[in-house]
Design a protein around this ligand. Structure first.
Ligand code: IDP
Ligand code: MG
Length: 145
């Protein structure tokens, strides 16, 4: 195609344990695919705390850090790589704001999550926030790619 000059990006998406427990894996994938992004890798795993400490290194020391690791290791998650032009910001837009109470209706978090009164916000999905984070996070969950 003549106008496909922007290179495709890749992002790391997680369906968190709350999303898997509530049977929302298909709904999350549906929204990613309906938007037009391509899922190029996918796996289900139960993450251990070492892996999560690496993934969430930027949050070490914050009050929600331990509850976050506890929550994220509480059950299976689904890790995916999605690909497409500007997929990093595009998926962040599909996901909505971190706080599901404030996330816009129409977004994954705005439509499917709410405050549960827990120390850590349970908000269905994770998406990388920059090219650098995406590359780092993809290596953690897909070391062979
Ligand atoms: P993001 O997932 O929207 O990128 P981050 O600031 O990277 O948000 O935080 C990582 C995760 O930690 C969030 O998705 C949420 O589950 C949790 N979290 C973030 N900020 C808070 C907070 O202030 N209180 C409780 N949990 C939080
Ligand atoms: Mg983040």
């Amino acid at each position: 195609m003549s106008n496909s000059s922007t290179p495709a990006e890749r992002t790391l998406i997680l369906v968190k344990p709350d999303g898997v427990r509530r049977g929302l894996v298909g709904e999350v994938i549906r929204r990613i695919e309906s938007k037009g992004y391509k899922i190029v890798a996918l796996r289900m795993l139960t993450a251990d705390k070492d892996l999560l400490a690496n993934h969430y290194a930027e949050h070490q020391g914050k009050p929600f850090y331990e509850p976050l690791l506890e929550f994220m290791s509480s059950g299976p998650i689904v890790a995916m790589i999605a690909e497409g032009q500007r997929v990093i910001e595009g998926f962040r837009s599909l996901a909505g704001a971190t706080d599901p109470t404030l996330a816009s209706p129409g977004s994954i978090r705005g439509d499917l999550a709410r405050d549960q009164g827990t120390k850590v916000v349970q908000n269905i999905v994770h998406g990388s926030d920059s090219v650098e984070s995406a590359q780092r996070e993809i290596k953690i969950f897909f070391p062979n790619l």
